[in-house]
Ligand binder design. Structure first.
Ligand code: 13P
Ligand code: ZN
Length: 264
């Protein structure tokens, strides 16, 4: 399938973000995955599906006719920078939601299959669609300091304390992560249980921290999804720097935090 300019633009934003993930050491080997809901941005004809790989996969019926850009399982995200058409694909889900055609991507990579976290990505896109939410991108990555904090014996298990600690590290964190972080308990990567915790968490949070694994956020595009995790990880980094320097950070006061509410 030949992609139109709108889709090409979304993919180039994914490539831009992939470079940042690699620079930050959040994307070792095949770590992380990205998808963009392209439904409605381009029509897929039966000709586009001709001779294309078809994968059977039972999905919720609301997934009928969805079009998704999604990274491949086991692929190096750093290759998204120059070769998105190799390490990612576009899938066109059939009308019965019983399978999908790979209509684009997987060039020189015939074994390509969507990420093992496909179920999380799909359920989130379905949730966002049902909410008329403008978020088209889902980003999962392995941000070092957020993961480290998820191992913290206290903050790693107490969402209220974690958010209070991170919000109070600098004003922008409170303003740009207004709904805070949800801690999803450790679950097997790729599992339905992890997907369910994640969709529930995104109901009223900006980021879901997958305990002892990684983080996930959504945004209108890859840039916005990345910003959420980038800002939150900055707070985690400052918090840990203070601990490394041998003191528990004071954090901004309740009054200082209250003063920020005019920006919310
Ligand atoms: P995939 O290579 O299947 O996308 O898995 C990477 C990952 O980070 C799993 O959580
Ligand atoms: Zn992961």
């Amino acid at each position: 399938m030949l992609i139109n300019q709108t889709i090409a633009n979304e993919i180039s934003k994914v490539s831009e973000i992939a470079a940042y993930l690699w620079q930050r050491e959040w994307a070792e080997r095949n770590a992380g995955n990205i998808s963009v809901n392209l439904t409605g941005l381009q029509n897929v004809s039966s000709k586009d599906k001709e001779n294309k790989k078809y994968i059977e996969c039972l999905m919720p019926e609301e997934a009928s006719d969805m079009l998704l850009f999604i990274t491949g399982t086991g692929e190096r995200l750093r290759e998204l920078v120059n070769l998105p058409e190799k390490v990612a694909c576009i899938i066109s889900i059939d009308h019965q939601a019983k399978g999908y055609h790979i209509v684009w991507g997987g060039i020189d990579n015939p074994g390509i299959l969507p990420t093992s976290e496909f179920i999380s990505h799909l359920l989130i896109h379905l949730f966002n669609t049902s909410q008329n939410n403008t978020h088209r991108c889902v980003l999962h990555t392995h941000p070092i300091e957020l993961i480290a904090l998820s191992h913290h014996p206290e903050l790693g298990h107490n969402e209220a304390k974690l958010n209070k600690a991170l919000w109070s590290m600098l004003p922008e964190i409170r303003v740009f992560i207004p709904k805070g972080i949800c801690i999803a308990p450790y679950e097997l990567p790729g599992s339905l249980a992890l997907a369910k915790h994640t969709t529930e968490g995104l109901n009223n949070h900006s980021i879901v921290l997958w305990s002892k694994h990684g983080a996930l956020a959504t945004g209108k595009d890859a840039l916005e999804a990345f910003d959420f995790i980038d800002v939150a990880n900055k707070a985690a980094k400052i918090y840990l720097k203070c601990l490394q320097a041998g003191f528990i950070p004071e954090g901004m006061s309740e009054e200082q935090m209250k003063g920020l509410e005019i920006f919310l």
